[in-house]
Design a protein around this ligand. Structure first.
Ligand code: TXA
Ligand code: MG
Length: 353
């Protein structure tokens, strides 16, 4: 389907805006949300593409602008705890414990859906609903000002890396959405953790900003969806089955020492290929390739999460024909990093031993 071109407004705000203050930019963006238009905004994880979650017409615009498959449900964003019980039913105690500890923050809870306030397009016809309260002053102010539950996927074209700046949003969606609130770069850089609270033991469906270790400290045992451990299993989170985050050139993850990675690069260059390397600050000077991009510091993996999508996008502005990436330890925030990197690589991994 051809999406009609519109003029995408850009509202720059500083992100210290307080939840209740009425910045004119926030008022204008909220008015468009109330008029069932789609507006992108920053959260603490990545930029979201928001629409009125109660309106079929508004939510359809999200799917259309992103080119998103309609069987992939959206997360409902709220700014006030009272909104939760209007849209979710049979909320277990463990969910309240988690909310107390982690909201606002990068934790999405899957709960039983209540009534028909939220339209079926948001939940893709499922009997469950995904809810989170983002920890970003601009997101909270916008949701609060709109007085709506806001459905929001990441504000990228389907399949592209999620946006961590308004520039990324515009690169994908300029002319396709009503506006973007520019609150600068997002902090965490990877999406929220999606936790299914409808199972007896809560189950991580997507690793993200809140780590398994952090969850377990608060509620004890947490399971991990089998599909995250074995790529042949069908994931319980519909969105996890799609190819994602991929740069334009093939990406290969290398699980091994820098010397081994360099050998792989040298072989490709000997064949006349333009080769890129995705590494970290500590090792950027160790390698020789056509393009070497550092993505944060290995000694502090949260900086890698913060830079990951921007670095994947940056390769698209170069002429590299193949990219080799270092591998990262898969615990803590590393679980989310490796999950996204493996998807970007279509699960192509070369192991040294
Ligand atoms: O950090 C984030 O979560 C960002 C920001 C914008 O809040 N949003 C985001 O949304 O990443 P999206 O649409 O890109 O990813 C939502 C994920 C998908 O994997 C989707 O399948 C899953 O949540 N999901 C949504 N509703 C679900 C449900 N009822 N059951 C299982 N998975 C669900
Ligand atoms: Mg997404």
């Amino acid at each position: 389907m051809v999406v009609k071109q519109v003029e995408t407004k850009v509202w720059v705000v500083d992100n210290v805006v307080d939840k209740k203050s009425s910045y004119p930019q926030i008022l204008q963006a909220a008015a468009l949300l109330r008029a069932n238009e789609v507006v992108a905004f920053p959260t603490e994880t990545v930029y979201g593409l928001g629409a009125n979650a109660a309106s079929t017409a508004a939510v359809k615009k999200i799917f259309q602008a992103k080119g998103r498959p309609s069987d992939n449900p959206l997360i409902v964003h709220i700014a006030d705890h009272n909104q939760l019980e209007e849209i979710a039913a049979d909320i277990p105690r463990v969910a309240y414990t988690l909310i107390e500890q982690f909201w606002p923050g990068p934790l999405t809870l899957i709960l039983k859906k209540k009534g028909n306030v939220i339209c079926d397009e948001v939940t893709a016809g499922l009997s469950t609903i995904a809810v989170r309260m983002p920890a970003h002053p601009v997101a909270l102010a916008l949701i609060q000002e709109s007085s709506l539950p806001i459905a929001a996927p990441s504000a990228n074209l389907s399949g592209r890396p999620s946006p961590t700046s308004a520039m990324h949003v515009l690169a994908d969606l300029n002319g396709k959405i009503a506006g973007v609130v520019d609150g600068g770069e997002t902090g965490i850089g990877v999406e929220s953790t999606v936790l299914d609270c409808t199972t007896e033991i809560p189950t991580i469906l997507r690793p993200g900003g809140v780590t398994k270790e952090q969850l377990e400290q608060v509620i004890g045992r947490v399971n991990v969806d089998a599909a995250l451990l074995d790529e042949k299993q069908v994931p319980k989170s519909p969105g996890m089955k799609y190819a994602h985050y991929a740069p334009k050139s093939p990406l290969i993850i290398v699980d091994g020492e820098p010397f081994f990675l360099q050998q792989l690069v040298d072989k490709q260059r000997a064949l006349g290929k333009q080769v890129g390397i995705l590494t970290t600050e500590e090792r950027r000077h160790v390698y020789k390739a056509d393009v070497v991009l550092a993505c944060g510091e290995r000694a502090n993996l949260s900086t890698v999460a913060n830079r990951l999508y921007d670095t994947l996008r940056a390769f698209d502005d170069t002429d590299v024909e193949i990219i080799y990436s270092e591998s990262f330890p898969a615990d803590g925030i590393g679980a989310a990093i490796m999950n996204r990197l493996k998807k970007a690589a279509g699960h192509q991994i070369v192991r040294e031993k």
